[in-house]
Write a protein that binds this ligand. Structure first.
Ligand SMILES: Nc1ncnc2c1ncn2[C@@H]1O[C@H](COP(=O)(O)OP(=O)(O)OP(=O)(O)O)[C@@H](O)[C@H]1O
Length: 466
């Protein structure tokens, strides 16, 4: 080897490989004589090849520490060095050994030709680092929770039990399955679990498994490497699991996840790592999984459409949100909340009289809280005055609530009378007890109104705030 470094072949090799390299390099003999110095290095020192070749390195560059490197047999990596011409650079000095461990030469390299380059690079790095932090913050804002426990309205025992359970669930790291009909507030609870947990400062990433086309779900979840498929972004794309690292991922509508994807999800849960599509290297992830579904997963497992092993992995903790018809006490508070929201958004004030509220409380709300929100908004828009009337209640709600209400009534006559009584009370309330005004609204003579008030035994306490 020693002879090879001193051979003509080695010299040729150096010229072929390093002459045009823009990075300054040199080779020394075992005793510190320069065998070869490339053009970039010569330019840097302002010297010619014949002025350096065969000379001791310290003769050419009196400040050089290469002789020490050869003596101590220890490489100096990324050391700052001041050259005799006053220029500074970051240098590597690396001894070369033969098979017996004897030093047979040295390899030198300037990492930065000028210390200014390092400063420039450091500034560039600092700028990029700031930009990265900014983007990370922006991403965190997108991938963050909107709701906390205090945003979940309700006074029922059932909803309070659910909130208490959230606090317990938040203390551990196990996967959670949130069950409940559509519109019961599963998403609110998922956000709250993350917010109450020690991961609350980390990202919260949501993916709706039913809303994303099957062909895109895998790349959405796991990301992909550049050039994996036509249309793939330059530089590839980060997946939701990677985005959620250090935080939680919310897999909404998990029951709609295609079977072949369930296998891939199971792998991520078992290995705690993801591999991007088209990638080779597994990326370790630390993510808590919160799932939700309104489907009966146990049934799906039985029918073989949902993997049993995945079901048990995801269903470590279960939070079941009861439907609204099983916690009717929450209806009024939710209606009032949505009335306030409507006022805040539009500046239009609306009130729901007791008789209307009573009707709404009787309805079963199969679309749960989402349906309450929609109906309240619709009534607010439809109503001509501040007070929302029975006629503002959507027909289907009214009919269903009537059906329920009159289940125990004996016949049409009784039903009609009951409706008539309620309508009269409502109109009297709206007119603040002014009977002439009420009779006009009802389009009946005043005397008829008086008679009906008596017949129906309507106390003025029912229509005046006494
Ligand atoms: N207890 C609650 N307090 C206040 N708002 C609620 C409550 N429960 C639900 N909501 C509101 O009702 C709507 C539906 O809630 P959410 O989307 O969380 O239901 P979901 O169970 O996830 O429904 P789906 O299964 O259809 O996805 C949202 O606008 C949500 O803000």
């Amino acid at each position: 080897m020693a002879s090879f470094m001193q051979s003509k072949e080695f010299e040729h090799f150096c010229h072929d490989v390093f002459d045009n390299l823009p990075i300054a390099v040199d080779f020394l003999d075992w005793d510190g004589k320069i065998i070869y110095m490339n053009e970039a290095f010569l330019d840097f020192l302002n010297l010619r090849q014949d002025e350096v070749k065969g000379r001791l390195v310290t003769d050419v560059n009196p400040t050089s520490k290469f002789l020490e490197t050869l003596k101590t047999k220890r490489a100096n990596i990324a050391e700052r060095h001041v050259f005799p011409n006053g220029r500074q650079a970051i240098v590597h000095r690396i001894p070369i050994f033969d098979e017996e461990g004897n030093v047979i030469g040295g390899f030198g390299m300037l990492l930065f030709h000028d210390i200014e380059e390092v400063k420039e690079l450091a500034e560039k790095y600092e700028k990029l680092d700031k930009e990265l932090k900014l983007y990370k913050n922006e991403i965190a804002k997108i991938n963050t929770t909107k709701y906390r426990l205090s945003d979940i309205y309700g006074v029922s025992k059932e909803i309070n039990n659910c909130k208490e359970k959230v606090k317990k669930i938040a203390k551990v790291n196990s996967n959670v399955m949130i069950l409940g009909e559509s519109g019961v507030g599963k998403e609110l609870f998922a956000h709250s679990i993350h917010n109450e947990s020690s991961r609350s400062k980390g990202p919260f990433v949501t993916i709706n498994c039913s809303a994303i086309p099957e062909s895109l779900l895998e790349s959405e979840l796991f990301g992909y490497e550049e050039g994996t498929f036509t249309g793939a972004k330059k530089g590839g794309n980060i997946g939701k699991f990677e985005l959620a690292n250090g935080g939680s991922i919310f897999l909404d509508e998990i029951g709609d996840m295609p079977y072949h994807m369930q296998v891939k999800l199971l792998r991520v849960l078992q290995e705690k790592e993801v591999i991007r599509i088209g990638g080779k290297n597994p990326i370790p992830i630390d993510v808590r999984i919160i799932c939700a579904t309104n489907r009966n997963l146990e049934d799906m497992v039985e029918k073989g459409t949902f993997r049993e092993d995945l079901y048990y992995r995801l269903n470590v903790l279960t939070l079941e949100i009861p439907p609204i018809r099983k916690r009717r006490e929450d209806i009024q508070i939710l209606i009032n909340k949505f009335l306030i929201e409507f006022y805040q958004e539009t500046g239009i004030y609306r009130k729901i009289p007791d008789i209307v509220m009573k009707r709404l409380k009787e309805y079963d709300w199969h679309g749960n809280v989402r349906e309450i929100r929609n109906v309240v908004e619709r009534m607010c828009v439809n109503s001509d005055g501040t007070h929302i009337g029975i006629s503002d209640i959507p027909k289907y709600v009214l009919n269903k609530s009537l059906e329920k209400k009159y289940e125990d009534k004996k016949g049409l006559k009784e039903i009609v009378e009951s409706v008539e009584r309620n309508v009269i009370i409502e109109v009297l309330k709206d007119s603040k007890g002014n009977k002439s005004k009420a009779a006009k609204t009802l389009n009946i003579p005043r005397a008829t109104l008086y008679r009906k008030i008596e017949d129906y035994n309507i106390d003025q306490k029912t229509f005046l705030d006494l």
